[in-house]
Design a binder for this molecule. Structure first.
Ligand SMILES: Cc1cc2nc3c(=O)[nH]c(=O)nc-3n(C[C@H](O)[C@H](O)[C@H](O)COP(=O)(O)OP(=O)(O)OC[C@H]3O[C@@H](n4cnc5c(N)ncnc54)[C@H](O)[C@@H]3O)c2cc1C
Length: 392
């Protein structure tokens, strides 16, 4: 039995955790995404699963109150952070107030999982964006318990995970800070692991130290690095097959193509993203070190920002300027990304022949050809070719 159409399910797990009869569990679909499945023999039709499902019941949203360009002043930690280091700035304040922080780490098998941190040491492994769908729901009952005990909790996650948690909790808590990111989509964990196999033939997984956003060699940007027997490998996203595929959006979760959470109305108190294109509007920052776009969406997050202001370089900015190059969509803009025409064939080849064959056949060759056509053929001829292809 299906709770919501597969293309809308975000896999947040709110239904799994909220079901009073434990009648819902995760199964893995053929693209490697966990999806909820209802056991009809246990289901009592109480409807709680649909009430908490963010794909069915969108949680209450806030309007964005303030937008900033921001960078943490602690230069050492900034180097380890993906963009402007705001996650750590807010997390430190939460610890200072006696609270706990939830964020995403790699587990021993390179699954991205959301876990709890009680101190500065435990957030180190949360830094660094892990561009893969992550497991968050196991934390939900613990978050609820801590909130009910009066602890301050900061939960960071993908916008759909935060929406799932908000629905699962089913009430507002003054001691809860919800933080999400601009999100370009969550790829299949299965595809990610198939890719990892190609770089771990000569090195054990526990020595890989895989980073999808490494600033150490080229500054901020999309630079991948990992250990190999011949030393540390550094690759730009165009050279790295996994990240290149991420940009082509061939293997994201199906809900990402019509994501409801990338608009101005946010379910969270705080939203953070890379501020790509920041130099065009703000020349006061060291752009190479990484600058974040920061959206303050509630009164309590405005108060939190006041407490951490001394740790930040902060400039007010405009939403339109952030939206120009980032995954924040203004309400009146286009809503959907097209599914890649190669998607099904890509997953089929991945299952039967592995990453390298799928990459050769569906990623590099076809997409490179597209890029080549884009740069070599003038626009008017490209339009003509497109029309001819469509007609046939
Ligand atoms: C899958 C994904 C897609 C993203 N897409 C965009 C985008 O298109 N445009 C954009 O501007 N920004 C995007 N971001 C956000 C951006 O990469 C940075 O995470 C953000 O700017 C925070 O910067 P920071 O310096 O504070 O992060 P850091 O200090 O490096 O902290 C990283 C934060 O991300 C969280 N995190 C990492 N991986 C995951 C994951 N898989 N699931 C849930 N939480 C995770 C960590 O818990 C931590 O809170 C994306 C992040 C992720 C995880």
């Amino acid at each position: 039995m299906e709770l919501v159409k597969a293309e809308f399910c975000t896999g947040c797990g709110a239904c799994v955790k909220a079901c009073p009869k434990s009648a819902i569990h995760y199964v893995t679909d053929k693209e490697g995404f966990p999806v909820p499945e209802i056991r009809t023999d246990k289901c009592i039709n109480c409807g709680i699963c649909t009430q908490v499902c963010p794909a069915v019941s969108k949680p209450e949203t806030h309007e964005i109150r303030q937008a900033y360009a921001a960078q943490m002043l602690d230069r050492e930690t900034l180097k380890e952070s993906t963009s402007g280091g705001l996650f750590t700035v807010f997390a430190r304040e939460i610890f200072h107030r006696g609270g706990v922080v939830y964020g995403c780490v790699w587990d021993d098998e390179y699954n991205a999982v959301v876990r709890k941190a009680e101190n500065e040491d435990e957030i180190k492994s949360m830094r660094g964006s892990k561009y893969v769908w992550s497991y968050a729901a196991d934390c939900f009952p613990e978050v609820k318990q801590l909130l009910n005990e009066g602890r301050i909790v900061m939960f960071t996650g993908l916008p759909c995970q935060v929406a799932g948690l908000k629905n699962y909790l089913r009430k507002d808590y003054d001691n809860l800070y919800l933080v999400d990111f601009f999100c370009g989509g969550a790829p299949s964990p299965y595809a990610f692991h198939e890719y990892l196999k190609t770089i771990t033939t000569d090195i054990p997984l526990d020595q890989l130290d895989f980073k999808l956003r490494d600033k150490s060699k080229y500054g901020v940007g999309v630079n991948i690095s990992y250990n190999s027997p011949s030393g540390r490998v550094h690759q730009s996203y165009v050279r790295n097959p996994y990240f290149f595929s991420y940009h082509t959006k061939v293997f994201h979760r199906r809900c990402c193509y019509h994501c409801q959470y990338r608009y101005e109305q946010r379910a969270e108190d705080i939203t953070i993203g890379d501020y790509w294109g920041v130099a065009k509007y703000h020349n006061e920052f060291d752009v190479r070190a990484g600058v974040s776009a920061l959206l303050i969406n509630s009164e309590k997050s405005a108060e939190l920002l006041e407490s951490v202001r001394k740790n930040l370089q902060l400039s007010p900015t405009r939403l339109q300027d952030i939206a120009e190059y980032n995954n924040l969509t203004l309400e009146d803009e286009k809503r959907e990304f097209p599914l890649s025409p190669f998607r099904d064939a890509f997953f089929e080849t991945l299952r039967t022949k592995g990453w390298t064959a799928a990459e050769r056949k569906y990623l590099y060759n076809k997409i490179r050809l597209k890029l080549w056509l884009k740069t070599k053929i003038p626009t008017k001829y490209r339009e003509l070719i497109k029309k001819t292809i469509k007609r046939n």
